[in-house]
Design a protein around this ligand. Structure first.
Ligand SMILES: [Zn+2]
Length: 286
């Protein structure tokens, strides 16, 4: 995974990080990656990995690796050191320790503890942390979530970011640069405006690759600018959930008597795969 990230930085492209909740999501991401012959990162939040099973998702990703596919597994937003230990022990490729809603000092202490544990137990594990706050929920809103323009969604300051990365020894850094988790119901509304200059300044300050969270709802042009400014991994979740549900609803509406899960879930999976492919094409400059 480190090699692919280094390659992405060099080529000024970004690796797609896609969250899944089940095996249909797994196939949506893996089939898209296979079709386009690109590396991908599968993300599972605490809730998502509890639903699939920690050992089970690890085993699924291993089946892709056994076929020589560059598919990697990341424990997305992990809110305690205890839960970081769980996935480091399970052999995940990467984990995000998220203390972004805590004070700078507390966030740094918690992150350092996670890094120390991983370096000791499984030094291969890539550790990411976030500074600044971009909200927690990968959901769809009718209007801008409260606090969007207030201090609740705090932008990352380059100098603080530099100190944070230096003191914790993390491998990847997730800044808050105008990105927000979740996306607007009306797809024509865009609440997110990325601060591209800030991305450049943070990348220079921290000296490690940057990850952009809350990718759903950001325009193609902004993604391109963010990637050339130094973003190497982009997270997409809400958009995939939306496509999955739309695919399922459409099929059930048209086939109200269908009972076979492998038939109605197939349309959900395929609808999700379309979005993954579209994002991979954009992120990889194809
Ligand atoms: Zn995120």
């Amino acid at each position: 995974m480190r090699e692919y990230i280094a390659e992405a930085e060099e080529k000024k492209i970004a690796i797609g990080h896609f969250n899944i909740s089940n095996i249909e999501g797994f196939w949506a991401v893996v089939n898209a990656a296979k079709k386009l012959n690109l590396p991908v990162i599968i993300g599972v939040s605490e809730g998502e990995r509890d639903f699939i099973g920690i050992k089970q998702i690890k085993a699924l990703v291993e089946t892709a690796k056994a076929e020589d596919l560059p598919v990697f597994l990341n424990a997305d937003h992990t809110y305690s050191v205890e839960r970081v230990k769980e996935v480091v022990d399970a052999g995940f490729d990467a984990v995000i320790i998220d203390g972004a809603d805590k004070s700078f000092e507390e966030n740094m202490k918690m992150t350092k503890e996670a890094v120390d544990y991983a370096k000791n137990k499984n030094p291969e594990t890539i550790i990411e942390s976030e500074l600044g706050f971009i909200g927690k929920s990968s959901s769809v809103w009718d209007k801008a979530p409260s606090g969007t323009s207030s201090s609740e969604y705090a932008f990352t300051e380059p100098e603080e970011a530099r100190q944070f990365v230096k003191n914790t020894g993390i491998d990847l850094f997730a800044p808050a640069v105008g990105n927000i988790h979740g996306m607007a119901k009306n797809l024509n509304i865009n609440f997110e405006k990325l601060d591209i200059q800030r991305i450049t300044a943070i990348r220079e300050a921290v000296g490690v690759p940057l990850v952009l969270h809350g990718g759903s709802g950001i325009t193609d042009e902004e993604f391109k600018s963010a990637i050339s400014a130094g973003i190497s991994i982009i997270h997409i979740n809400t958009e995939l959930r939306f496509a999955f549900r739309q695919g399922l609803q459409k099929f059930l509406f048209e086939n109200p008597d269908e009972l076979a899960p492998y038939k109605y879930l197939r349309s959900a999976r395929d609808a999700m795969q379309v979005v993954v492919e579209k994002r991979l094409v954009l992120f990889n400059g194809l």
